[in-house]
Structure formats: structure tokens, C-alpha cells
Design a protein around this ligand. Structure first.
Ligand SMILES: O=C(CO)[C@H](O)[C@H](O)COP(=O)(O)O
Length: 225
């Protein structure tokens, strides 16, 4: 019998809760990501809502789902520390560098993750790659910089396309950039971060995951650097 991608996502969501439970105290704040895998994590986390104090969410979508479960969601400005951040990814490499932002929440994801003591990435095995870049790189930009950033991305060797009909929770458009294939994306992430008008780029190479829980047909694998 083989597991469907949905079943693999369910398994890794449950594994993530098992993984973080020993880290939690009644005062803990849990950072929560965005996407279909993060949704399943929220549903599992809800079974243990007496084990932590509150969450911080990386999107309006996750905020709503957490609230539906009766889980408290705090503003990041009211939080001083966060024991863990749990989120999915579009791609993750052996260095635990990721491409994120397929769901468009990359900026808030990067901000919330930056506060957490550790980033637990939860993926099914289809997200594991040697080289980042088969998935197009999302870049959130200020509206007035759509064309100028797109031209800079082309100059860097990319193929840039605005995500049609999409505006982030922060009110900005996203450019999806294809054409990169990288074993280590740190240098390119730094260059993109420096382009005026870029709000956030979907590489998480300068700030990789601490650990990845990968759901495979053979069970959950734990990857560390
Ligand atoms: O970065 C993200 C959203 O901005 C998600 O983590 C990423 O797109 C993976 O989503 P899914 O779990 O639905 O495959």
C-alpha cells in the first residue's frame, strides 16, 4: 500500500506535534506557518491547546483556522520569545535551505520564524531537492517596484512573472521568478534582498530550518544539518 500526498501531509503534521510537545510549557508561544500542511498541523495542535499559552500566525488564513479551533493568536509585537515555528515549504535542500511563498505568505513567515528559537519544517518527500529552483521563487515587492525589480531579476538570470490576481496580506504583489538552480542560495538571496522595492524573497537560505520532518512512504525522516 502506498500513501497519498494528503496522507503524507497528515502524517507529518501529527509528527510535528509529537516533536514539539516536549518543548512546550503552559507559557509557550508557538509560531504557526501557512499552507495545506500547516493547516493540518493546526488541526493536530488544537488537540493539545492546554499545553501552551498562545500562537503567532504567519497569515490571515492561519489566524482564522487557529481561531476556529479556539486557539489564542497574538500579535507578534506582544510577544518576546517563541519556542518554535512550524511551517511547510515548497522546496527544501540538504542544507535545510528552502523556497517558500507558494501560498504568498513568505514575508510574515520569515518575520515570525526569525523570532523563534527553532524552525521545524514539515514536508512530504516530494519537496526534497538537491538544487533549489525547480519551484519558481516568489518575491513580494512594493507595487511601484514591480517592473524595476522584474528587470533586475532578469539581469540576474531569472524569468520573472507577476502572480496574476494575487495580493499578499500586506497589500503587495508577488513576482514569481524561474530559471535558477542552486545548491546553495545564500549569495543570491542576499543580492535579491538588496534590490530596492523588494519586501521579501522566498529563499530561506540565510535563515534555513533547524530541522526538517519529512514524511516518506517508509515513515517520518528527521533531517538536521
Ligand atoms: O510557503 C508557504 C506559504 O507561503 C507554504 O509553506 C508552502 O507553499 C507549502 O505549502 P503546502 O504545505 O500547501 O504544500
Amino acid at each position: 500500500m502506498s500513501f497519498s500526498q494528503q496522507q503524507l501531509k497528515e502524517q507529518v503534521a501529527k509528527a510535528a506535534v509529537d516533536y514539539i510537545l516536549p518543548l512546550l510549557t503552559p507559557e509557550s508561544i508557538v509560531g504557526v506557518g501557512t499552507g495545506s500542511t500547516a493547516d493540518l498541523f493546526i488541526d493536530e495542535l488544537a488537540k493539545h491547546k492546554d499545553k501552551f499559552k498562545a500562537t503567532v500566525a504567519s497569515s490571515e488564513r492561519s489566524t482564522q483556522r487557529l481561531a476556529q479551533h479556539g486557539i489564542s493568536v497574538l500579535n507578534l509585537n506582544d510577544v518576546q520569545s517563541m519556542v518554535v515555528y512550524v511551517d511547510g515549504a515548497d522546496e527544501i535542500n540538504p542544507l535545510l535551505q528552502m523556497i517558500k511563498g507558494g501560498g504568498g505568505a513568505l514575508t510574515r513567515e520569515k518575520i515570525v520564524a526569525s523570532v523563534a528559537e527553532q524552525f521545524v519544517c514539515i514536508v512530504d518527500e516530494s519537496k526534497l531537492v538537491d538544487q533549489l529552483g525547480a519551484f519558481t521563487l516568489p518575491i513580494e515587492v512594493l507595487p511601484m517596484a514591480l517592473q524595476s525589480v522584474s528587470r533586475k531579476m532578469v539581469a540576474l538570470g531569472g524569468v520573472a512573472k507577476q502572480r496574476e490576481g494575487f495580493i499578499t496580506d500586506n497589500g503587495n504583489p508577488i513576482i514569481d521568478v524561474g530559471g535558477f538552480s542552486l545548491a546553495d542560495a545564500r549569495e543570491l538571496e542576499g543580492k535579491i534582498n538588496d534590490i530596492p522595492g523588494v519586501v521579501c524573497c522566498g529563499f530561506f537560505a540565510l535563515s534555513p530550518a533547524t530541522v526538517a520532518l519529512v514524511s516518506t512512504q517508509e515513515g517520518i525522516k528527521i533531517l538536521t544539518k
